[in-house]
Design a protein around this ligand. Structure first.
Ligand code: FES
Length: 72
């Protein structure tokens, strides 16, 4: 049985997930920045510019920060 592949969906799955669409910041970039020492929201914003557009991603950025800090 042959399975059809939806290329648009495949490309979407391969693209890194953006947390902040305004500033085009991915979750991977946020995690890397936290691991490099940005342990507060202010530092994270200074390094990535995430949340500095419309601001709707703030809660999600904060959640990622808290999650990553709890791992250490
Ligand atoms: S989505 Fe992050 S500032 Fe708009």
């Amino acid at each position: 049985m042959e399975q059809e592949i939806d290329l648009n969906n495949l490309y979407a799955m391969m693209r890194p997930r953006k947390v902040c669409l305004c500033m085009s910041v991915t979750e991977a970039e946020i995690i890397k920045t936290i691991k490099n020492g940005a342990d507060t929201l202010d530092k994270l914003v200074d390094e990535t510019s995430a949340t500095t557009g419309c601001g709707t991603c703030s809660a999600q950025v904060m959640m990622i920060l808290e999650r990553e800090k709890s791992k250490t």
